[in-house]
Design a binder for this molecule. Structure first.
Ligand code: MV4
Length: 447
């Protein structure tokens, strides 16, 4: 096992990894920008090292600075958290060249899944159900129109390198194809330096269901059920739960096995998420994420598994401690993302926290790097806390969420907490009867 690992991240996820390491007797190295000198992850780690100025391009995204920090401190492995360098195949390759272990999958798996056409082609061949659409890339308008005729409108044109909804265009009819096709291409080119696009049948009112998978890199893999992450605003998740209110045990076991078998076949190592749209009882693969996700705690809650410790074990060449037959769901968990943003515009509002009190009690987990007197810097993501509640069933988890939100105090800045108080009054949220468009429609009608 490693003696010391470096965490190439900040905020709550850096704390999350430090905690996992500490319980395993592994030392931790925090890296930080000059803007984060007083950040909680710097205080909590065994050692800390400054890697550059505030902009993340010169600090948390600097491969050279992070590798230097690992070499100076003698860290044997690096956990990337989520975001930043977590899905950067070149970073993983560079670590390998320097003899540092990446806590995550191989550069090749990251590369394959990072290109959505390749990802879809790979998963389709592995037996994972996909959205009907073009066979691979669509090189020109003529081909696009032919695909549209074949699969029927509406269709969606997606940039193969896309993400966060960028480079994605809807065409409701043949007449809209030319504009949508050209726009998707140019957005792919300008945002990702890649103008390759593909086309899918547009699903009108699906849920976003994602399957948590975990591989040992040697042909062994398990699944840990699904999360329903349909409540999103502008492609940012705000409320996530496990198990999914629309998924029954048989459905879960079937799609879970398909996903676990798929990643076992390719010798995938570590945590992964297979994303689906789910409509009328059918799953349609859209993407695979090759990192630990923000919302992983809801899965940890219902399965009683520490996913970060599993990642570290597998990266160190040890077997996973989890077996499919032992993985049983216990109750229901919900996560809400608390952002330093002012509703209803969701404008970021960094600033000084004058008073902070985290909720607690049975079934409450607060993952946050906040503390009294902390100043949230303006340079990074606005996520400041994840409140995760766990109860014996969904109504109990909802009641616990309401109770815990009532205990939370974050003074000095605006947060998205009022949004959650309001959502907990909504029938659709209380019954779980929502899809990917519900939140945006609700915000339009209510804010
Ligand atoms: C789709 C879709 C409907 N049909 N694909 C949005 C981001 C990207 N990850 C995939 N996305 C979508 N792909 C087909 N064939 C609708 C969306 C979509 C969406 C998906 C998940 C969660 C929220 C969403 C909000 C708008 C659109």
């Amino acid at each position: 096992m490693f003696k010391k690992i470096l965490i190439a991240n900040r905020g709550e996820i850096a704390l999350r990894v430090i905690r996992a390491a500490r319980e395993m007797g592994i030392g931790s190295v925090a890296v930080h920008s000059t803007a984060d000198a007083d950040a909680m992850h710097v205080r909590m780690a065994d050692e800390a090292i400054c890697i550059g100025p505030p902009p993340s391009t010169q600090s948390y995204l600097s491969v050279a600075a992070i590798i230097s920090a690992a070499e100076i401190t003698g860290a044997e492995a690096i956990h990337p958290g989520y975001g930043f360098l977590s899905e950067n195949a070149n970073f993983v390759q560079a670590l390998q060249d320097h003899g540092i272990t990446f806590i995550g999958p191989t550069a090749e798996h990251i590369r394959v899944m990072g290109d959505k056409i390749t990802a879809k082609d790979t998963m389709k061949k592995l037996g994972v159900p996909c959205v009907p659409g073009s066979e691979g890339g669509v090189p020109d308008l003529e081909t696009a129109l032919k695909v549209g005729k074949d699969i029927g409108y509406p269709v969606i044109i997606k940039a193969t390198a896309g993400g966060g909804g960028k480079g994605m265009k809807l065409a409701n009819s043949e007449a809209e194809m030319e504009n949508a096709f050209r726009t998707a291409r140019s957005e792919g080119k300008s945002n990702f330096g890649n103008d390759e696009v593909y086309i899918e049948k547009y699903l009108e009112r699906p849920r976003h269901i994602e399957i948590q998978v975990f591989g040992d890199g040697k042909g062994g893999a398990v699944h840990l059920g699904e999360r329903d992450c349909s409540l999103q605003r502008r492609h940012q998740k705000v409320f996530e739960e496990a198990p999914g209110p629309a998924i029954d045990e048989k459905t879960r076991a079937k799609i879970g096995k398909v996903c676990a078998d798929a990643i076992a076949t390719i010798n995938y190592a570590g945590a992964g998420t297979v994303e689906f749209l789910y409509e009328d009882g059918e799953f349609y693969f859209i993407e695979m994420n090759t990192r630990l996700q923000v919302e992983h705690p809801v899965t940890e809650a219902i399965f009683g598994v520490d996913l970060v410790q599993e990642q570290i074990n597998v990266a160190a060449g040890l077997p996973m401690s989890i077996k499919q037959d032992d993985l049983k769901i216990n109750g229901h968990a919900i996560e809400v993302r608390i952002n330093a943003e002012k509703v209803p515009q969701f404008t970021p509002c960094p600033g000084k926290i004058t008073q902070y009190h985290a909720p607690g009690g049975l079934g409450v987990r607060m993952d946050s790097a906040l503390y009294d007197g902390y100043s949230i810097p303006p340079y990074y993501d606005s996520l400041i806390a994840k409140l995760i509640v766990h109860g014996p069933d969904r109504p109990a988890a909802l009641a616990r969420l309401k109770r815990a939100l009532g205990e939370l105090i974050v003074d000095g800045i605006d947060t998205t907490t009022p949004l959650f108080h309001a959502l907990l009054e909504e029938d659709a949220v209380l019954t779980g009867d929502y899809n990917i468009h519900w939140l945006e429609k609700w915000l339009e009608a209510n804010t």
